[in-house]
Every structure is written in C-alpha cells, then in structure tokens.
Write a protein that binds this ligand. Structure first.
Ligand code: AN7
Length: 348
C-alpha cells in the first residue's frame, strides 16, 4: 500500500488543507528495542522518526505549515533552527516552489543539516548568537508574505501530533510511557495534544505518561529557569529558553510524567548502544534512549514504553569518531584472513 503522507492519512483529525505539499512523511517504523526491554522489563519500542523524508520528525509539522502558507498566498517561508527545522523547511519549500529563508546560530549546526538546507536551495543566514536570538530574529522578520514555519506556527504542532496517532494504531492502544528529547518543547506539546485528541475522538480511554529528556548542559525545564549559554554535544537540543515552555511543562505534569537530564557521556553511550542494535540516530535522539534507561522499573506503569528517536544519525556525522578501516592487500586471501580473525572496522 502506498503511504500518502500524514495529511491524507489523518484528514479527519487535522485542519483542512486545500492543496497538500507532501513528501510522504510519517508512517515511520516502530521497532522493538531488545536492550531497553531487558532494562525495563516491559515491551519497549523505538519510533524511527529519522526515516521521514528529510531524516527527522520535523517533516510531520512542515507538510502542514508549508501547505497552509502556500494556500494563504505566502511569497516565502522563514525559520530559525538548530538544523532539522531548516532541512525540513528547505525541502518542503522547494517542493512548494517557495523561497526559504533560514536563520542559524553560527557554527552550531550539524554538517548534514546544513548540506540539506543548501541542497534544497534555501538562503541561509548565520548570526553570532544562540538559537534563542535567531528565533527572535526570524519571528520579527516574518510577516504574512514570509510565513514563520517554526513550531510557534500552530500548523507545525497539528502535524507533529500525528506521531501519537501512529503509536496508538500500531500498538492497538496508547503506550504507557512516551519518552522524547526536548529542546524548544514543541514536539512534546504536540505529541501530548495528539494523544488527547485520539482519546477525545473516542479511540482510546487511557493516556500515556510523557517523559521529556534534556541534556544536562541545556536543561532549563529541569532547572526551572532559562540557561544562559546552553552546552551539549546534542546540538539539535542546545536550547536554553524553550519557546513552548508552558506546553512542555503541561504535557509532563498533566500526564503524570516528568523531565530527565542526561549527560553528554550518557548521550554518546546511548548513541553507541542504539547503533549496536542497528539503529543510527543523532545525539539529540539518543538522549531519549538514555533518559528511558534511567526510568525505574519499580515505579513504571505496566504497558509499552516508546522512545521517539527524532533524527537520523547521518545528520551529524561529526558526532561519531572517524572510522578507521583496516588496510589490507587487495586479495581475497587477505580479506578472508581478517574475517577469520574477527577483525574489521569498529566504533572505538
Ligand atoms: C533531532 O531544528 O529545534 O522540543 O530548530 O532536531 O520540539 O524543539 C530541533 C529540535 C529533538 C527537540 N530531536 O524538539 C530545530 C530544532 C531533534 C531535533 C528536538 C529537535 P523540540
């Protein structure tokens, strides 16, 4: 069956769109995590949002935001970004035939994301400031002609809510716990909205606990105060003043969930562990897995635990130690001798 993209798949739960700009986003794999199941003693799942068209969950929101912008007669779209919003906005704007303007914190965006934005023809502006200032700039520069497609645009959250619908359908009921990385707070807000919509439509009665994971050096929601100069290897969530602060707090509190902080070492170890079971994600996404590993099985509700893995590992190749292939003679004997000895390129 051909997957039509989230707008067509969940038409009954989304605002109407006359003309849909889609790249077939959503419908992403949900695969078991043997390591997390062992750790938590419950069915544990990985939602592979890195399998979206531009390699991150942002595509779910971007199909809605760009469709609506086109419909409203916009001349272009604009966003600030730690990288994935930029890549997604650039792709969907290209698809719509609209120019795309991107404001980035200089030197703070992973290589794969920058490459994507320029490949799709976006105009990229870098400022000597953090993401928060870049967002302020984009917001002020935006207008009816140049529509802001950050998650402050309500269409973004509408689209991102569809991850909740997919989880409920795939499992036949809502998960007991959903763990996801939090930067600006848009995604946890949208996901929680999605579960409540699913319940209000009479399709389930229970709701999951929402657990938001932040990096220790960029954890305003755990500290309860903005972080002036956020630091973490997970550049996607290097955000000290989340725009959707209230929505994120509400999602965790109302669902009986919480926020968890994980160190950069935890994040990189989680990235390696996931890669070891065949799933390559960027550091921000690995944070969710690291946070899930911190949950105490003794107080965890029964049922499925889902880790939302928001972005693909290829987004940020520099976060991984450079591979060092073993050099051998170009003969089958030399290669076979290595294989028999169990050698090969390893992640150090
Ligand atoms: C892989 O692209 O903020 O809490 O500008 O790229 O909704 O911000 C990205 C965020 C998690 C956090 N995982 O989601 C941007 C941007 C990945 C991300 C988040 C981001 P929010």
């Amino acid at each position: 069956m051909r997957w039509p993209g989230i707008v067509a798949a969940y038409r009954d739960l989304l605002p109407a769109a006359a003309r849909v700009v889609t790249l077939g986003e959503g419908g992403t794999p949900l695969v078991p995590s043997p390591s997390l199941e062992r750790r938590l003693g419950r069915p544990a799942w990985l939602k592979l949002e890195g399998c979206n068209p531009t390699g991150s969950f942002k595509d779910r929101g971007m199909t809605m935001a760009v469709s609506r912008a086109l419909e409203a007669g916009a001349r272009g779209v604009v966003c600030a970004s730690t990288g994935n919003t930029a890549a997604s906005a650039a792709a969907y704007a290209a698809r719509a035939g609209l120019p795309c303007w991107i404001v980035l914190p200089a030197g703070a965006v992973a290589r794969g994301k920058l490459v994507q934005a320029s490949a799709h023809g976006a105009r990229v502006v870098a400022v000597d400031a953090g993401f928060e200032a870049a967002l302020d700039l984009a917001r002020e520069a935006a207008s009816e002609r140049h529509v802001l497609v950050n998650s402050l645009n309500p269409m973004r959250l509408e689209g991102q809510a569809t991850v909740a619908y997919e989880l409920c359908e795939a499992l036949g009921r809502p998960p007991a716990v959903v763990v996801l990385p939090v930067g600006n707070g848009g995604n946890i807000t949208a996901c929680w909205m999605g579960f409540r919509r699913w319940r209000d439509a009479g399709r389930c009665s229970a709701l999951p606990r929402m657990v938001g994971v932040q990096a220790e050096g960029a954890s305003p929601l755990i500290r309860g105060a903005p972080v002036e100069r956020p630091q973490t290897v997970a550049s996607a969530i290097r955000i000290g003043r989340p725009a959707s602060w209230a929505g994120a707090v509400e999602a965790a509190a109302a669902s009986g969930g919480r926020f968890v902080a994980v160190s950069d070492d935890d994040i990189l170890a989680a990235q390696r562990a996931l890669a070891g079971e065949g799933v390559f994600v960027e550091p921000a996404s690995a944070a969710a897995y690291a946070g899930a590993g911190r949950l105490d099985p003794a107080v965890l509700p029964d049922g499925d635990v889902v880790c939302v893995l928001t972005g693909h590992g290829l987004k940020d190749p520099d976060a991984v130690p450079a591979p060092s292939p073993e050099r051998v003679a170009a003969t089958p004997e030399a290669v076979r001798a290595l294989m028999e000895g169990g050698g090969g390129a390893r992640w150090p």
